[in-house]
Design a binder for this molecule. Structure first.
Ligand code: SF4
Length: 178
């Protein structure tokens, strides 16, 4: 699938900003994974899409190595000020909706891809990890951080803004084509 088509689908799914993504810019760092292990988000060891369930860095690297270029997608939400927690949560929920919609759309079109979102996989109310296999292995969503990526660095190297000022918040994800 051409970038222009991916961009059109992303906009239809609700993302506010997009940019072409070069797979060669996707560096995976152990220090990012070490931050996951500190479990500040509370999802470490709770989901097939987060460490350690998503595999070690070598496994993630092998998955990315099978991919071609793709697209970076963002949902930028407005905030009343930098302390507007409600506004942040709303933007995050919007981003998750956009992201799930795009995964489903590409899946329906039969486009092989690796989707990497923001935060853990929220496709099911409760993840089956670790007691049973993932319910939707083709549609599950790991995060860029779970793959050891620094979102700021990936955005910078692909010429997409990351910070939109004190009255905005950006959630970022990406789709790599296989
Ligand atoms: S699709 Fe469901 S079972 Fe699979 S990782 Fe996501 S939440 Fe867990």
């Amino acid at each position: 699938m051409e970038y222009k088509e991916l961009e059109k689908i992303a906009k239809e799914c609700g993302f506010t900003h997009t940019a072409p993504l070069a797979v060669t810019t996707m560096q995976m760092k152990q220090e990012v994974r070490d931050m996951c292990a500190q479990n500040t988000c509370g999802q470490y060891g709770k989901n097939w899409c987060c460490p350690p369930g998503c595999g070690d860095l070598e496994v993630c690297q092998q998955t990315v190595n099978q991919c071609k270029d793709g697209i970076l997608v963002q949902t930028v939400g407005e905030l009343e000020d930098e302390m507007d927690g409600e506004g942040m949560m709303e933007a995050q929920e919007e981003h998750s909706k956009h992201f799930l919609a795009m995964v489903d759309r590409l899946h329906e079109l039969g486009v092989p891809m690796l989707p990497l979102g923001a935060g853990t996989c929220t496709r099911c109310k409760v993840c089956t990890y670790p007691d049973a296999p993932c319910r939707f292995p083709e549609k599950k969503i790991s995060s860029m951080e779970a793959y050891g990526m620094l979102v700021l660095q990936v955005c910078k190297e692909n010429h997409l803004e990351y910070y939109y000022g004190p009255n905005a918040i950006a959630y970022t994800g990406c789709f790599l084509l296989k």
